[in-house]
Design a protein around this ligand. Structure first.
Ligand code: SRM
Ligand code: SF4
Length: 613
């Protein structure tokens, strides 16, 4: 992916020779005053170059008009103006050194760094749940990792103990390390960079993990191999071309998060319809050339949940076109999107402000201005040869390569202990050439398993009866997804992962269904667990229940239930709750879900001795 451990050395060198690069230039900002350390105020001068790294600041790429808006914008905008996020890794190294030598403690770290700016290094302080410990989010383009990386994740988190030291596979086909302390972060960052991975620009106002097709290169129904494009886009947004270090300042001051997904087949495993940019593979109707229709603006949030809209754009499936189109949209988004109301700062609002055709015209003009010979065409008709049934990712399936199989393994709610990470690494070394693929359903796939070795793989202890990892999971437990929830997330209204795992097992023991039923859990309306695309979505929310002792109704942890979201070609978001105010208590929620499974999905009471799959 165009990056090697070399970059770390350069970054460290840049950090230590920082003064040589100091060059603070005042901008045309008028009437803006304040301190550079407070979250609530923008500085009087805007740094063009970060003193310590010599890298240009994210803000230095913004036009004056956008800086003026940011200066009058929300507290996060002011924090970004006050101190550059793309050089925040230097703060991590400096804080860590001081904490290690005993000259400071983690709670003396500047608040704006602790809770905001370190997010540019992918470090999210879990201040409400585990003060002093961070979640570190990585970037895993196309969700492809290897055995060495899996073992490294295990080594990084193990010291934080069974409860806190875990690894999560996320709903963006990505990895999060938990429990991380600042003093350990430099070694983790260096270790990641030495393994061609990074955590930089994976959170806050950054372009998030590039989601691609988990079956890229191994599937006979593939239309486009997404790997090259995910890697190229990952480099576009997070590799600094000047210093060859991770963290690209050009995109270091975006108005909001930005999601890109590239689909490789009609299954749309990447969920293009809920990403800011979604690339949908479709051949040009006249020339037959393979390319992508561009859908825009899909997102989920507390304020609004929106399905992507057709932008009437098509580009050929080549690296230059994909990178140039994305760069053009990102440039327009960066400079023109909302900087005051964070709820309105997602791409959809900007597209609506323009109108679809005018937005297309602006993007086309921008693309042409780069002079790379890239052409933006009109959207192409989708295939009409009948409906397409999205295929399963779990279990054993033939690949396009003769004699090879892909084996999808359930990781319940994406949560892995260090031992389970190592188990997967061992399986990968033994059966899949060390390669592991992550899915947005928070599971893993081992590709390229010799058909002749599948039996042996299925007999491995780490996939046995007592293991959480399973190849032949039931239709319900195998399709349960869950966001982080209250164990670590300060925004959560309820605990999610442990309930999701327990209740899916319970449901599996009570009913039989004849197809995968996707049950998604999300702890609050931000919908990181994407409840609106689920067959059944469970979102944390208020509920009341009778207190047997007092005889009074009292507030209890509860949920809203959504039913009927669809993914794939026939995507549809379930926007309105099916039921609200349902207590989370198992004796209430389980019967409720059983009813929904029976009424809406044809579930039958389980017959003794008969399993659904
Ligand atoms: Fe998310 C904020 C976790 C995918 C919409 N999300 C958060 C924070 C950072 C809040 C916080 O500070 O605690 C959560 C961190 C909890 C933690 O400790 O892990 C968090 N989001 C997650 C993850 C880990 C859920 C998971 O268990 O898999 C996912 C990480 C993806 C990744 O690897 O980058 C995750 N979040 C999503 C998705 C799904 C997707 O991208 O397909 C969405 C909906 C799609 C979207 O963004 O449009 C999503 N997360 C949000 C939002 C609402 C965004 C908005 O525009 O308002 C927030 C709140 C915010 O950004 O202000 C949020
Ligand atoms: Fe946290 Fe809410 Fe996202 Fe769950 S949906 S991870 S509770 S922000």
């Amino acid at each position: 992916v165009g990056f090697s451990g070399k970059g770390v050395v350069l970054a460290a060198a840049l950090a230590s020779s920082c003064n040589a690069f100091t060059q603070t230039t005042p901008t045309s900002l008028s009437g803006v005053t304040g301190s550079s350390s407070a979250l609530s105020a923008a500085p009087a001068t805007i740094e063009q170059v970060d003193k310590r790294t010599g890298k240009p600041t994210g803000t230095s790429f913004l036009p004056g008009e956008a800086i003026d808006r940011a200066a009058k914008g929300n507290p996060i905008e002011k924090a970004k103006l006050a101190k550059d996020g793309t050089s925040a890794f230097v703060d991590v190294y400096e804080y860590a050194a001081k904490i290690r030598e005993g000259s400071m403690t983690w709670d003396e770290v500047e608040k704006a760094d602790l809770n905001t700016r370190l997010k540019f290094v992918g470090m999210l302080h879990r201040d409400k749940r585990t003060p002093g410990q961070f979640m570190m989010r990585l970037k895993v383009p196309n969700g492809i990792v290897n055995a060495d990386q899996m073992r490294f994740y295990a080594d990084c988190v193990e010291k934080y103990g069974e409860e806190r030291g875990v690894v999560d596979i996320t709903t963006r086909q990505n990895i999060q390390l938990r429990g991380v302390k600042i003093e350990d972060a430099p070694d983790i960052i260096d270790g990641l960079h030495a393994r061609n991975q990074t955590s930089f620009q994976s959170a806050l106002d950054s372009v998030r993990n590039m989601v691609g097709n988990p079956l890229a290169g191994i599937d006979d129904m593939e239309l486009v191999d997404t790997r090259e494009f995910c890697n190229a886009l990952n480099d576009l947004v997070s590799l600094d071309p000047e210093t060859n270090t991770r963290g690209n300042p050009k995109w270091g001051n975006l108005p909001r998060k930005f999601n890109i997904a590239i689909s490789g087949s009609r299954d749309d495993y990447a969920h293009t319809h809920i990403n800011d940019i979604g690339l949908v593979p479709v051949a040009h109707a006249e020339t037959g050339e393979m390319g992508f229709n561009v859908v825009l603006g899909g997102y989920m949030s507390i304020k609004r949940v929106a399905e992507s809209i057709d932008s009437n754009m098509w580009i050929p499936a080549d690296r230059e076109s994909v990178v140039t189109l994305s760069e053009a949209i990102l440039r327009i988004f960066r400079d023109e999107s909302e900087r005051k109301d964070r709820q309105k700062a997602r791409l959809m609002w900007l597209v609506e402000k323009y109108g679809v055709e005018d937005f297309k015209a602006a993007v086309t003009k921008e693309v042409e201005s780069y002079g790379r010979g890239v052409t933006v065409g009109d959207a192409q008709p989708l295939p009409t040869d009948g409906p397409f049934e999205r295929r399963e990712l779990l279990g054993v399936h033939a690949q396009k390569q003769e004699g090879k199989s892909r084996v999808g393994i359930l990781v319940p709610t994406g949560r892995l202990s260090p031992k389970e990470c190592r188990d997967i690494a061992d399986l990968a070394d033994e059966y899949s050439g060390g390669e592991v693929r992550l899915t947005v359903e928070q599971n893993v796939i081992l590709p390229n398993v010799d058909d002749g070795k599948v039996k042996a793989l299925l007999k491995e202890d780490s996939l046995g009866q007592d293991s959480r990892l399973k190849v032949n999971a039931g239709f319900i437990e195998g399709n349960t997804v869950s966001c982080t929830g209250a164990q670590f997330c300060g925004l959560a209204l309820i605990e999610t992962k442990s309930h999701a795992e327990d209740i899916s097992k319970k449901l599996e023991s009570l009913v039989d269904v004849d197809r995968p039923i996707r049950i998604h859990w999300t702890g609050c309306p931000n919908s990181c667990g994407q409840v609106q695309v689920a067959d059944i979505g469970i979102m944390g929310g208020p509920a009341r229940q009778l207190n047997e002792e007092t005889g009074k109704m009292m507030a209890v942890p509860g949920c809203k239930i959504f039913v009927g979201g669809r993914i794939g070609e026939d995507a549809h978001l379930a926007l309105e709750p099916y039921k609200e105010g349902v207590p989370l208590a198992e004796e209430v929620l389980v019967p409720e879900l059983v009813e929904i499974l029976k009424n809406e999905f044809g579930a039958k009471d389980k017959k003794r001795g008969f399993r659904s799959k």
